[in-house]
Write a protein that binds this ligand. Structure first.
Ligand code: SF4
Length: 243
C-alpha cells in the first residue's frame, strides 16, 4: 500500500513502469486522489486515468485568463467523457484588491509570481488540503526546471505540519513525442491551440506559440528568465498566501 512512509521505495519501484501501470497502482491504493488538468496535452493523462477509473476526480484552475479555446476544450472533455471536472476559481476579494491596485497586466512589469499566486496557487493550496494525493502531467523533458521531476514524491510545496500530501507524475519519464503518440493512437481530443504552434499552454496573456527549434517552455512568460518559468504549482520554494 502506498503511503507517506514508503514513497521513496515506491518511486524506485516505479522507475521502469509505464504511465498506465503507475496510474493503475496509484488509483488502486489511494482513494482521495485527483488529477490536475490544464487543458493542454495533459489530456492524455486524464483520458488514460479515466479508462482505469470512470469516476476519477479531476480539477482545473479557472484563472479567468485562459484562452477561449482552452475553456471550450475543457468543456468538451467534461461532456464527452462525463468527467465531473472541478473548476477552481480565485478568491474574489483578493483578486479584486490585486487588480484594483495593479491592473490586469502587472506581470509584464514585475513578474508573474503575484498574479499566479492569487489566480492559481491560493485556490490550488486550498483544494489540495482536502486531498491525500494529486496527479500531474509534469515531464522531465519540459524544461530545465523540471529535469529532476520524480514519478512519486511527497509534495513539500503543499504539505503542512498536519497534512502530508503525496504527488505523482506518471509522465515524468515520457517525452512529448510519447504523449502525442498516445493522443494520436487513441484518437484523444486535444486543445486546438496546439495546431497553431502552442505547445505548453497556460493563461492567454502569458503563453505564445513557439518556433520549431524553441524549447516548449519558451512560449511561457517569455519576458522572464528560463529558471523562473514556473507558476508555483510545482516549485517547492514558492509560498502563496490564502489571505
Ligand atoms: S499565467 Fe499569467 S495571467 Fe495566469 S495567473 Fe500567472 S501571471 Fe496571471
Amino acid at each position: 500500500m502506498i503511503n507517506t512512509q514508503n514513497i521513496e521505495a515506491i518511486n524506485t519501484e516505479f522507475a521502469d513502469y509505464e504511465p498506465k501501470q503507475i496510474l493503475k497502482r496509484v488509483l488502486a491504493d489511494i482513494d482521495n486522489i485527483a488529477i490536475s488538468f490544464s487543458g493542454a496535452e495533459d489530456v492524455a493523462l486524464v483520458v488514460m486515468a479515466w479508462k482505469l477509473k470512470k469516476d476519477i476526480k479531476v480539477f482545473s484552475l479557472d484563472t479567468g485568463r485562459l484562452h477561449p479555446e482552452t475553456m471550450q476544450f475543457l468543456e468538451r472533455i467534461r461532456k464527452e467523457y462525463k468527467i465531473d471536472i472541478e473548476f477552481l476559481s480565485p478568491e474574489a476579494a483578493q483578486l479584486e484588491a490585486f487588480t484594483r491596485a495593479k491592473g490586469l497586466f502587472s506581470f509584464y512589469e514585475d513578474g508573474h509570481e503575484q498574479c499566479c499566486g492569487i489566480r492559481k496557487i491560493a485556490p490550488l493550496r486550498k483544494h489540495l488540503q482536502g486531498l491525500s494525493a494529486w496527479i500531474t502531467g509534469q515531464r522531465k523533458d519540459q524544461s530545465p526546471t523540471r529535469s529532476n521531476v520524480p514519478v512519486a514524491q511527497i509534495d513539500k510545496s503543499f504539505s503542512t505540519p498536519e497534512h502530508t500530501l503525496l504527488k505523482f507524475n506518471p509522465f515524468a519519464n515520457w517525452t512529448s513525442a510519447q504523449v502525442w503518440e498516445y493522443i494520436r493512437m487513441f484518437d484523444v481530443p486535444y486543445n486546438p491551440l496546439h495546431d497553431q504552434g502552442f505547445v505548453s499552454i497556460g493563461c492567454q496573456p502569458c503563453t505564445k506559440p513557439i518556433g520549431p527549434n524553441q524549447h516548449e517552455r519558451e512560449g511561457r512568460w517569455w519576458w522572464e528568465e528560463a529558471t523562473q518559468k514556473e507558476c508555483g504549482l510545482h516549485k517547492p520554494s514558492v509560498i502563496a498566501t490564502d489571505s
